[in-house]
Design a protein around this ligand. Sequence first.
Ligand code: SF4
Ligand code: SF4
Length: 127
Amino acid sequence: MRPGKMMRQVLGSIFKKPATILYPAAKLEMPDKFRGKLKYYAAACIGCKLCMKDCPTGAIIINKVGDKQFEAIIDLARCIYCAQCVDSCPKKALEATKDVELAQLDEKRLKITFTLNDPEGKVTEQT
Ligand code: SF4
Ligand code: SF4
């Protein structure tokens, strides 16, 4: 590259918006249709277990917890975020969110129970 052209590119880059962000100080904006942490709507679930059957990693378990009541246990450390379970669910009881902030030192904390009262399935903080 000629020095003149290179200098123009260098000077032009000074005024361009950076391609990176100052994470975690700046919030991550994930694109539409991004497949992050799952969400489970127990009220919509009919317990058909199609999500379990179609999950390629065995990361999701549906348990009956009462009369027509179910909970989901999802191992976010085994999950590959393919969203096959979301596509397989006939009741739209599962959703892939844009949440990617799941880093943990102890992978057992990523085995999460999603219930009627807790569709987000909170990842407990490290203590
Ligand atoms: S996103 Fe994929 S790997 Fe994760 S629970 Fe659903 S089907 Fe299984
Ligand atoms: S596929 Fe949907 S409705 Fe069926 S058990 Fe899974 S979450 Fe519930």
